[in-house]
Design a protein around this ligand. Structure first.
Ligand code: MG
Length: 295
């Protein structure tokens, strides 16, 4: 039995003294800040909505920059995304760059052949074919289509408000474009509840790297915070749960209904032997009950 495998502490069962980690207990009163993962934790992302966003953004870019055939651009988009996941995330363990992806896509549309899968792009040659202003425009189109096309989930504002009444609150997200998260936060009206928005694309580290959790501590104004005083809530047992625990944080694992999610990491199983969560929840709003009343 794993530390957390059979005892699933869901609705109404948070806040107690968990004893699933060699006697370590989870004292929610010690938690003074809570961070939330973005994709599939605060914001469910369905495959149809995601595809529609990508198609619309691709259409905008192809039309504006006169790049030819949208379907060819979309096919290349998927190839370049998969390449970035493989090279950047899995091999180099860093965030993908949407700016780099658009530069490569524009270069491909202008006739530069994509390298074979086992060879990396010559980004200097890419940049010789692409105006940075074109990439900036493409990024804005992607951000605007994303924010317009992905619904703001109902009730999350109430969860953030309730947690923010007793703790500092932040977003801690692996995402390839910071401004997209920032714009979504503003559209959703969540800004008043947030002390920090930390996005991997801006801090040069991705969850589960402890470096991004350190960046979040600084952003929350809590450098050198005592272990166990920040709780991270997320749906990915590897990036969110094991990452937070290895950084000395508490972790809540949200069992999100994300089987159809297109996001990397959705539906992953825990890594064998990795640290498990301090608490498990079946719906985001349960975290309010876990944290309990005002300190
Ligand atoms: Mg997630």
């Amino acid at each position: 039995m794993t530390a957390w495998g059979e005892e699933r502490r869901g609705r109404g069962r948070g806040g107690g003294g968990g004893d699933r980690d060699g006697g370590r207990s989870f004292d929610v009163r010690a938690v003074v800040a809570v961070t939330f993962d973005f994709g599939d934790t605060l914001v469910p992302v369905s495959a149809p909505a995601f595809r529609a966003v990508v198609r619309a953004a691709a259409g905008d870019v192809v039309e504006r920059l006169a790049l030819g055939d949208r379907d060819a651009f979309l096919t290349a988009w998927v190839e370049e995304r998969d390449r970035q996941v493989r090279e950047d995330v899995l091999e180099d363990r860093r965030e993908m760059s949407m700016a780099r992806r658009f530069a490569r896509l524009i270069a491909r549309s202008r006739g530069m052949p994509a390298p074979p899968p086992d060879v990396r792009w010559d980004d200097g040659a890419v940049d010789a074919l692409v105006d940075p202003a074109e990439v900036a425009w493409a990024l804005d189109a992607y951000r605007d289509r994303w924010v317009a096309g992905i619904p703001v989930p109902a009730g999350v504002d109430r969860v953030l408000a309730a947690v923010a009444a007793t703790r500092r609150v932040g977003i801690l997200s692996n995402w390839p474009h910071t401004e997209t998260i920032e714009a979504f936060v503003d559209r959703a009206g969540w800004r008043p509840y947030l002390s920090a928005v930390v996005v991997s694309a801006a801090v040069d580290a991705i969850k589960p790297d402890p470096a991004i959790f350190r960046a979040a501590e600084r952003a929350l104004g809590m450098p050198e915070t005592p272990p166990g005083s920040i709780l991270h809530v997320g749906d990915d047992p590897r990036a969110d749960v094991a990452g937070a625990r290895r950084a000395g944080w508490r972790a809540a694992w949200l069992h999100a209904d994300n089987a159809g999610s297109p996001l990397p990491g959705a539906g992953r199983d825990p890594e064998p032997g990795a640290p498990g969560p301090d608490v498990e929840i079946d719906a985001l709003e349960e975290i309010v009950e876990v944290l309990g009343p005002v300190l």
